[in-house]
Design a protein around this ligand. Sequence first.
Ligand code: NAP
Length: 506
Amino acid sequence: MNCLRLGISKNFNYLTMECRRLHLLKSQAYINGEWVSAGNKAVFPVTNPANDQLIVEVPDMDATDAQNAVSVATNAFQTWKDTTAKERSYILRKWFDMCQKNTDLLAEIITAESGKPLAESKGEVAYGNSFLEWFADTARHIDGEVIQSPWPNKQIILTRQPIGVVSIITPWNFPFAMITRKVGALMAAGCTCVIKPSEDTPLSALAAAELAEKAGVPKGVINVVTASRKNAAAVGKVMCEHPNVGCISFTGSTHVGKILYGMAASGIKRVSLELGGNAPFIVFPSADIEHALDNAMLAKFRNNGQACVGANRFFIHEDVYDQFVEGFKKRIGQKCILGPGTKEGVTCGPLINKMQADKVSNLVNDAVSKGAKPLIGGKFATDIGSKFYESTLLVDVKPEMNIYGEEIFGPVAVCLKFKTEDEVLKVANSTRSGLAAYVFTKDLGQSFRMSRKLEFGMVAINDGILSAAEPAFGGIKESGIGREGSKHGVEEYTDIKYTLFSALDK
Ligand code: NAP
């Protein structure tokens, strides 16, 4: 581990303490089983969003480094694809074991670079790890089919073959789990990969790679290219357009997803896109309101609202609106404790960066200037740090306000009143996003109707959390293409090959 080049002496104690504690801290990229610098030796800083302090500098790689990484992954694919499913399963299981054993160390890295509370970081490690465990099992069930032949003396078989090198581009909000969810699946299928994590959170990716190496993942199967935001487009272009890349697997904003999809199109490449959401959270009068409120807290304030499946619009039936809003305000006041993620008792950390913090603040200011009312919160908590935003509840929100239609991606809950099922369905579906939706009702028929009619890839009835390794995670409309987790997660990284065996009587 390279500790910091400590420029400012007053930071010395803090930084050395942080370095000593972060055992899985890496300061180089990982290519072909080696820890390496950028070809041109450039670096960029990774900072802690809770206090803006430098954690470490990592290589600022460019297009040439990305090309090299794709070549390495291409070579590794030649041998990895021919391993048995049993071998791949065994290695994935060992990686899972390593990550389990190092949960606390991984969690410290996640908290340091993303700001989320340590308890949430541990939850992310458990969640991320569940994909390694799941795909270790799934690897041995990527079966083909023998089809009834329409011809005598001919046999048809379908087999699933690995698609090749996969380019993986991930966001900062779940910097560990967004990687294992993809890499577990593609490794199970027999593919290799190049990962570009976000500028804000490359350290979780590097820590995961370190544990993969210790678990015996062969060199070149996993490669991590670290790059600053300045180089993201150039690196991304290589990762999307290189002829040896078979699939682009991206999690991030719909805006960037569209750019990558465009580049993938030029090479007719497979894409797996997990993009932005705009989840409705709908409460009907028959619901258990206390239960709905507990789940509203999870669906909105997990990861401080920075989750793609986070509830973005709360639609509350007029009969229970006042009760819900009052209970929501009370819970936010009691349960949202702002502070650095390492502090005991903190439940909401900082927002990830200045851009994100300004975006959230601008959405609230725009709404308030047009008549919305914050019942609690509504401003920065500047006494704690530069990126802490108060957990906020807004009412009197109208369609002309930006916050009405945009993905907030922050700790701001917006409550709107509705009268009928048809009305709420219409407004909930009136978005180009279609990732997750939440419905609270005790009416069985209504729960089935909502499940069928909501235009979202995932619908949770009477729950505020739906992510797990077992179900198929993904969106429709502009929220994405493809599914992660479940038995379908592996299919994204395979092609079906049809082989005809003919002249069997000759
Ligand atoms: P983002 O700006 O789209 O960034 C995602 C990744 O793409 C980062 O690694 C980013 O690098 C990289 N990137 C940006 N521009 C690029 C380009 N031109 N070429 C190649 N790579 C590029 O998204 P974000 O702000 O980090 O994440 C928040 C968004 O992700 C939200 O919309 C959220 O809903 C979505 N999300 C979706 C899911 C899901 O499963 N559906 C899960 C989590 C998050 P830099 O960060 O260094 O710029």
